[in-house]
Each structure stands twice: as structure tokens, then as C-alpha cells.
Design a binder for this molecule. Structure first.
Ligand SMILES: C[S@@+](CC[C@H](N)C(=O)[O-])C[C@H]1O[C@@H](n2cnc3c(N)ncnc32)[C@H](O)[C@@H]1O
Length: 364
């Protein structure tokens, strides 16, 4: 039963691509239980994670390139035999991504791992102890992390009472780290690319609604979800419908990106051949957002990716614009989880996705 559903997902993926959409189209309407759906989703992630390697194995072994063959290779853990293959097959990625990962072999291994599910506790409705206790009552794993908001658990936990009642939301540790850093200075914070509100809800939780928090999202459907979630989570956030000239102490730009740093969750991204026009978009968003920063305030650039074009090169181009200087992370909490470079830092949490961050201080 599970294998049949998994084969349907792979068949659709092989025709149309987009793992996330294939899973959403097929799993909810299947007859599988929640636990079985999670198992299938994990298997599909494995197939896509190792797709390039499996294609190569199918080719050299003369196998039939059917969904069932991909499933068999994934279920027998064929990737463990790949150490003698060329880099692109061994780490199952495009040649563009391979060129980046060759300089960061630790990421090549890490981005092919299965990630944990992590929760962010909502301090406006609950506490770490209460959420830990409820998870334990529900027989779900619950382990404290290095961060004060985070609990490491498993994927079934997204159906837990703690999530349904908005005592916590599912969020990777590194996203929580970004929110912790965003609250480190200043009284007012503007989340410029708020999406459905992941980081914004975490900021409201960490500060217990104690800072003036504003958010904007250009996509209307996401902005509607953001407004609804702020109410559900008791998060005191002013969601703006339009951009204005208002100034804030911290402007967080969590920009759209290739998402390579989150490849454990979306392995599709390992097969990109370039960052497309994202670097231009990122620079343009940064230039606009810079107008909303108070004198002496901080423009906080964040992307969950590792390509040089979207990280150091965007910052390099931005700081040619007068008036902002790179701020070292030395005074910030949790700096031990950052690997600094000339233009910012990469997050370095043992279980979190890889983010690039840059703190740009506006001169007084
Ligand atoms: C990485 S996501 C934000 C995720 C969100 N901060 C969270 O933590 O859940 C980036 C967001 O930027 C928005 N965005 C803002 N300006 C954009 C632009 N010029 N082009 C594309 N997307 C843009 C997208 O709609 C998207 O929701």
C-alpha cells in the first residue's frame, strides 16, 4: 500500500518535477494513516536526494528507469556504495552545485542527511516545560536544543496538540537562530519579507510581545495567512498592507533564494544549474529595505543558501552604496553558532539548515 502510493508520487515527479507539489497532490488524498504518510514522504525525500546517483546506477547497471526501480534503490540504501563515484553522483547534485560543495565538503555530507523536525515554542501561549510535557504524554520524542525556543522531535509531531493549539510551530533551528539575532538590539523590528510568518511569530514569542514588531509580505495570499497566524499565536504584529517610508531599528530581509542551505528538506534544489536572477532580486530588495532603517539601526540580510552569488556577492555589491557598514557579530548572543567570513557569517548549528547572515549597520 505505502509502496504503491510512493510509486505514484515518483511517477508524477519523474514527469513533472517539483517534489513538494507531488507530495501535496497525492499524500493527503491517499488512504494512508498519518504515520504511513510520513514514512512515504521520507522515502520520497530519499529518492529525490539521491536522484542523480540513482540515474547513474540505473544507467551503468542497465536497469529499467521506472518508479519501482528508484524506490528499490532508495529502500536498499544504495547511496552508501557511492564513495568511488565522481563528485556529482556521489553527492547527487548538479555540476554548478558540485563546484560550490567541493570547497565545503562538510556541507556536501550534511545537505544529504535526513533532517529532524524542530518546533519553536510560542511563549505568548505556552512554555518549554508545558510543550515538552504534552509531547511526552503523546509519546512523541522531545529533546531540548541549544536555543531557548527550540525542541527537537519527529515529523509526526506536526499533528500534535501543541501545534494544533498554537503552543508551538514547526521551524528549523537556524530560522529560530535568525529570529533570536533579530531581537538582539533595538526597540522596533520590521520583518520585510515575512512570508507566512515563520520568523515573525518566533520574534513575537522570544520577546513575549515586548518589542514593536511590524511585518510586510508582498504576496497577498501569504499576507492573509500571516495575519491569521498572528491572531492564532497571540503575536502582537502590525502587518502592513503597503510599504511606506517609516523607519525601524532593525529591518530583517529574509530574501527569496535558491534554498540550497535547506536542501535536506527540499533536495530538488541540489539540481539547479545557476541562481537565475535571484541575486538581482535580492540586491534590489536590500536597496529598498535600506530606506526603512533608522540612523544607527541595522539591516539584517538573511538567505538559506550557500551560493556565492546570493551571499557574499550581494553584500559586496550592496555596501558599495554609501551609508552602511558591516557589523561583526561579536556582541551578539549565540555567536558561537556562526562561522564568520568577510561579508557576514554562515549559521553552524549541528542540526539546523545553513543560512547566510549579514548585519549591516546604518551610519549615524
Ligand atoms: C524566504 S521567504 C520568507 C520566509 C519567511 N520570512 C519565514 O520565515 O517564513 C521570502 C519572501 O519574500 C517575499 N518577497 C519580497 N519581495 C520579493 C520580491 N521582490 N520578489 C520575490 N519575492 C519577494 C516572497 O513573497 C517570500 O514570501
Amino acid at each position: 500500500m505505502e509502496e504503491k502510493v510512493a510509486a505514484r508520487v515518483i511517477a508524477k515527479y519523474l514527469k513533472k518535477g517539483n517534489m513538494g507539489r507531488c507530495l501535496r497532490d497525492i499524500l493527503p488524498s491517499s488512504d494512508l494513516s498519518k504515520g504511513q504518510r510520513e514514512e512515504v514522504a521520507e522515502l520520497i525525500h530519499d529518492v529525490i536526494r539521491w536522484k542523480k546517483l540513482y540515474e547513474h546506477m540505473i544507467d551503468i547497471r542497465g536497469l529499467k528507469p521506472s518508479p519501482e526501480t528508484y524506490l528499490k534503490l532508495a529502500m536498499s540504501g544504495s547511496q552508501v556504495d557511492a564513495s568511488s563515484y565522481p563528485f556529482v553522483y556521489r553527492y547527487s547534485c548538479s555540476s554548478y552545485v558540485a563546484d560550490i560543495l567541493k570547497n565545503h565538503i562538510e556541507w556536501a555530507e550534511f545537505l544529504n542527511e535526513t533532517p529532524p523536525t524542530t518546533l519553536c515554542v510560542n511563549f505568548n501561549k505556552s512554555s518549554i516545560d508545558d510543550v515538552m510535557n504534552i509531547l511526552q504524554e503523546e509519546n512523541l520524542p522531545a529533546e531540548r536544543s541549544h536555543l531557548k525556543t527550540a525542541i527537537i522531535t519527529n515529523s509526526i509531531s506536526k499533528y500534535s496538540k501543541v501545534v494544533q493549539q498554537h503552543f508551538a510551530h514547526v521551524q528549523d533551528e537556524s530560522s529560530q537562530l535568525v529570529s533570536l539575532l533579530a531581537t538582539a538590539t533595538g526597540d522596533s523590528i520590521f520583518d520585510y519579507c515575512a512570508g507566512n510568518g515563520g520568523k515573525c511569530l518566533t520574534i513575537a514569542s522570544i520577546t513575549k510581545n515586548g518589542k514593536k514588531l511590524y511585518a510586510y509580505e508582498m504576496n497577498i495570499a501569504k499576507r492573509t495567512t500571516l495575519k491569521r497566524r498572528c491572531i492564532e499565536y497571540n503575536a502582537n504584529v502590525t502587518v502592513e498592507d503597503n510599504l511606506s517610508e517609516k523607519k525601524y531599528d532593525i529591518v530583517l530581509v529574509d530574501a527569496p533564494c535558491t534554498g540550497l542551505g535547506a536542501a535536506r528538506r527540499n533536495p530538488d534544489t541540489k539540481y539547479i544549474e545557476s541562481p537565475g536572477n535571484l541575486p538581482q532580486t535580492q540586491l534590489s530588495i536590500l536597496n529598498q529595505a535600506a530606506e526603512n532603517v533608522n540612523s544607527g539601526g541595522v539591516l539584517f540580510y538573511v538567505v538559506c543558501t550557500i551560493t556565492p552569488e546570493e551571499t557574499t556577492q550581494v553584500i559586496q555589491a550592496f555596501i558599495r552604496k554609501k551609508g552602511f557598514i558591516l557589523s561583526p557579530f561579536d556582541d551578539l548572543p549565540y555567536k558561537k553558532f556562526l562561522l564568520k567570513n568577510k561579508y557576514g557569517a554562515f549559521s553552524n548549528l549541528p542540526r539546523g539548515d545553513v543560512f547566510f547572515l549579514s548585519f549591516l549597520k546604518k551610519e549615524q
